[in-house]
Write a protein that binds this ligand. Structure first.
Ligand SMILES: [Zn+2]
Length: 288
């Protein structure tokens, strides 16, 4: 089970990575490994995507292109956006079948290359920025400001009614897939306030209580999904067609039967939505 709840083994070497010389020495280490990602942040894997395929760095270290992710069992792990060979997959497709450590590497690498690709300029003055800290920051030489990779929080909520039915909805283009509801945190909001607003906006359902479930990185392009279960104070649903195409309260039996019949499909196994729906289907106690 992917819980993302224990300490990561990936040592991000925060204090050391500020030295370009120290990072470049790591690049030349015998046990250094490099993960290549393509221009859609898909990373190279073995056949089937159950394991990352990393190579030993063989070109000269380039502080502007090569991203030090950290040390894993003292081995330096780097990432680069480059031409790839062989199989490539994104985190959504194969995250669930990687080891915990490889999941950390894949999520960090994808979010980091996404950030560097999308924000090469200073957001304050528009100047060109230089990569520093092994890839964990960019520095603007015009206005002297440092920029760091942003992580955008989003809440994802398993809303239950008084009968423990789960609110599941689908968006246009999802086919028969349904999921729990989710939305980005807006400026000035707490996570709980986002829950109340999003569920009201999308389904016009009022929330009585909330309870934290867990979180996980979601590098599309750089989110962290923060999951809660919530108890509804109202049962009537009115779907906002701009955000959702349909939504309904479903019992565990109904979900199982309709999935078995091919009428419904559930979120992919790499997502926290999959873990949430699984916990509810299994009758895990104390979800809310
Ligand atoms: Zn600047």
């Amino acid at each position: 089970m992917l819980t993302w709840a224990t300490a990561s083994d990936l040592d991000r070497v925060d204090h050391h990575r500020r030295s370009t010389e120290w990072v470049s020495n790591l690049w030349r280490a015998d046990d250094a490994k490099l993960l290549k990602l393509d221009d859609r942040s898909r990373f190279t894997t073995n056949v089937g995507g159950s394991k990352l395929r990393m190579t030993k760095p063989f070109v000269e270290y380039d502080s502007q292109r090569h991203r030090l992710l950290g040390l894993l069992d003292s081995s330096p792990i780097f990432a680069v956006e480059a031409l790839t060979e062989g199989e490539v997959h994104d985190f959504r497709e194969v995250g669930f079948q990687l080891s915990d450590n490889e999941r950390d590497i894949a999520a960090t690498a994808a979010a980091m290359v996404n950030w560097h690709r999308s924000e090469p300029f200073c957001s304050r003055c528009g100047g060109v920025t230089q990569v520093i800290n092994g890839g964990y920051a960019r520095h603007c030489e015009v206005c002297d400001m440092d920029h760091f990779p942003r992580t955008d929080p989003a809440v994802i909520v398993g809303v239950l009614d008084d009968s423990d039915r789960l609110l599941l909805g689908g968006q246009a283009g999802w086919g028969n897939r349904v999921s729990v509801l989710a939305g980005f945190v807006e400026v000035g909001e707490s996570l709980e306030q986002t829950i109340h607003r999003e569920i009201a906006e999308e389904a016009d359902v009022t929330i009585a209580t909330t309870r934290y479930f867990g979180s996980q990185p979601w590098p599309f392009p750089r989110s962290v999904m923060v999951a809660f279960f919530a108890r509804a104070a109202s049962a009537e649903i009115c779907v906002d067609s701009e955000e959702l195409q349909h939504a309904a309260w479903m019992s565990r039996d109904e979900v199982r039967e309709r999935v078995a019949a091919g009428e419904l499909s559930l979120p992919g196994q790499s997502s926290i939505a999959s873990r949430m729906i699984g916990a509810w289907l299994d009758g895990q106690p104390d979800l809310i």
